[in-house]
Every structure is written in C-alpha cells, then in structure tokens.
Design a protein around this ligand. Sequence first.
Ligand code: AMP
Ligand code: ZN
Length: 480
Amino acid sequence: MELRLYDTLSKEKRPFVPLDPVNVRMYVCGPTVYDFAHIGNARPVIVFDVLFRLLRHVYGDKHVTYVRNITDVDDKINARAARDFPALPLNDAIRKVTEETERQFHADVDALGCLRPTVEPRATEHIAEMRAIIEKLIAGGHAYVEQDHVLFSVASDPRYGTLARRSLDEMMAGARIDVAPYKRDGMDFVLWKPSKPGEPSWPSPGGIKVEGRPGWHVECSAMSWKHLGEQFDIHGGGIDLVFPHHENELAQTCCAFHRDRMANVWMHNGFLQVEGEKMSKSLGNFVTIRELREGWAGYAWPGDALRFAMLGTHYRQPIDWTAKALDEAHKTLWRWYGDIEGVQAASNVADDVLAPLADDLNTSGMIAALHALHKAGRLAEMRAALAFLGFSCDLPSLQRKPVTAELRTSEASDQVQMQGTAAPSKQQIEQFISERTAARAAKNWKESDRIRDELAAMGVILKDGKDAEGKPVTTWEVAR
Ligand code: AMP
Ligand code: ZN
C-alpha cells in the first residue's frame, strides 16, 4: 500500500518514503498547559492519532516514534498561575497549573480514543538542549545577544519564509511586529529572554549573566532534536502554527545543524469553528473537550461520538463543529455499534478502509467505505476497522446522557468554584435560569435581562444556544 501525504512546504501530495523504515519519526506540537483543551485543540490530536495508527499498521507498532510535546514554560502559564494561586510562590503556583492541566488533557484525549504518543517531552526538561541549539546559532552567526536577550537573525537565513511561502515584506506586513530595542531587525525573533523576579529561570546561554528562559519556538526545535534527531519524517500541527511557529522552528533547526531540511513532510490540519463562527471566549461559543464530555447541546457526549464527528471532514478542510453534525455522528455510530454487537472482529483491516486513509488521510472517504461495508453486511470487517481507528465498539458506553443544565469546565463539585465572592450553588443557578426562560417565553425581555445581569454580578455568564434537536437552551459558565 502506497501512503501519500500532502506537504505544506512543497505544496504537493507525495508518496511517503521514511528516512528509516525501522524508525519512522513524527513530531506534533502539543498543548500549552494552562487551561482546558478546547475542541479545536482536539483536532490535531485526533488527526495525528489516526496517522500514528496508520503508520504503525504499515511499518509495525515498534517502528514508529511519535513525539508530542507539552509546553510548560510560557507567559500565559505564568499569568494564569499568578491569577489562580496568588498566595503561593509563583513557581509552586505554576506547577499546580501545569500538573492539573496536563492531567485534564490526558483524561480528555484518552476519552477521545487517542493513543498516548511514544514520548511526551516537557519543555522544562529540555532546557540544556535549547541552550545547546542557541549556542550553535550564535557560533554560526545566526543569532546575537542584545540586552540579555538572544535573537535569531532572520536575515542570516536565506530560506526564511519558504514554509509560509511569504516574502519578508509580506511577513512584515502580516505579522504583528514587536518593535523592541534589543532587535536589530523587526522580524528577528526571541530565542532566549531574561526572567522577571520570581518567574522560572535557568542559567542563560551566550555569556549572559542574568538567568532567563527560552522563547516558544526553540522549545520544539530542542525536543524534536532530542527525541527524533536533526532530521525526521513528519512534523504536524494546526494551520495557525505554519507562521511564525513552524517557520521559526525550521530556521532554527536547519541553521543550527547545517541541514537543508527539518522534517520531510509538514502537515497541518485546518481550523475548527463552532456553529459557523470562530470559537472565542468573547463570543461565548468556546467549547472545551470536557464540556462536550459532560454537557453540551443537551447531552454528555461519549468520546467515540466526538472522534467520529471530527473524522467526518478531511483534515485539511475547515470544520464547522455543530450540535447537528455531532448528533448525526452519534446516531450513525449507535446504529453500527448495535449491529456489530457480539460480532467477532476480522483479523485484518479491510483494504477498502485503508485505501482512502493512505490517500492523504482521507477520513471522510474512509467513513464512506465503512458505510459500504455496513450495507454489504461485512460486519466482522467493520468491527476490525473501527477498532483499528480507535473506536471502542462498546454499545453501552456510547449512551449519551441528557443533561438539564450544562456543566461548565470551572465546576469541580456542586459548589461552583469562584475566587472571593460567595458562590451560588448549581441549584440556585438553575433556578435563576428557569425563571429567565419563563420570562423569555413571555417576551418579558426586561426581566430576562435583569436575571442575566444579576447572575453576571455573581460571576456566572449565561449563553443562549440550541440543543441537538434545535430547541433553545441556556447554559452557563463561571466568568474566567
Ligand atoms: P495551542 O494550545 O493554541 O498552541 O494549540 C494547540 C494545537 O491546537 C495546535 O496544533 C493548534 O494549531 C491547534 N488548534 C488551536 N485552535 C484550533 C482550532 N480552532 N482548530 C483546529 N486546530 C486548532
Ligand atoms: Zn512546536
């Protein structure tokens, strides 16, 4: 079976030829652990899990190394730690935030049927490799020290911009360039910066006397180098990472190791939006994996249904995450799981299912092939294919449980967790919501707004949406 993959760098679909078939190597940029992962973050996790499974099928389970990092040093983590645990020393607060977020991330992606990667390196455990890369870049004239910062000199790398396919002028126009006194050129990016008092800090490279911390991009160059070598097969992530993150990783790695390539294939998943709109906290349509699992659009959704809904769209296309599509995905799987119950799985995965996958991970084609197997009554092969794709095939666990009020991610117990003020209980919030629903039904907008404002004053934000059947529902979350 010939595997073909689309490469963002060359902009073409090419046959995949591993550098070493005995050790096929893939790196995917993982989460920055400061908050619950949202359903957009789940997309690369699911997409590259399917690719990992396919590579293992083709080259053997022991011959694929999949590295997905955990970014545990970042300004957003520091800010969240200071906000959530103001009484703790910052480093302890950071540990609390990163450990808890990592635990939740694992629980979420396990529920989505994703295998754990072979290695999950943490940035904080690879500072020595980051320093080594930075020293190489300075020695090679690709980086310079200025005001206790180390910057990558974009002008020193003639290839810069080839991944994003933009000229320097276009990049200058498109990127928000920080004008900083320590930059010789606006496009230069930070490899290392000094830490503020109390922030995580390590001895600096480049002869800098004060301690500091790495920039984001160099973290991935260091972790991929450590676990996959100077050059490897596949580098993946969401399309938003092409520029500047992957462009910068590519520049750092190639310049540090005098290579013309970092990964042979660059793969990027398209973006996910929710009910036709860009997902954002201010629009109130921000959906975390945990919310979907515990209560969204009227139900607590099983991970298998979320996975199936995600695979309904080709990974390079944008995907619109809707309650309707999720409902349909759930119904299809429900029918299939019912029909394959008690059926012994075939020993092989049918070529009908593998062929579309081998064509640049055409998962919608793969689902069409599953429909055809179902129609033809080839249930043993269906079961084998579904299991291979990471589906549990377990009918009882596919039950979606109706929920009255949606659980928002900030709740851990019955008492809503809020800092400072007295928190209302879930029952109280639900009471307010049902009063407001009655006011809305009576077109008493003044009263309905009053209740919304009263709850907002208590730190509870209401969101009006539709359930899977299209009926209006009001959900709530704790203001963050
Ligand atoms: P972040 O934590 O924002 O760095 O994102 C982690 C991963 O999720 C990256 O591969 C992103 O490209 C990806 N990602 C973030 N938001 C979305 C989205 N709305 N749709 C698809 N992928 C996303
Ligand atoms: Zn990365």
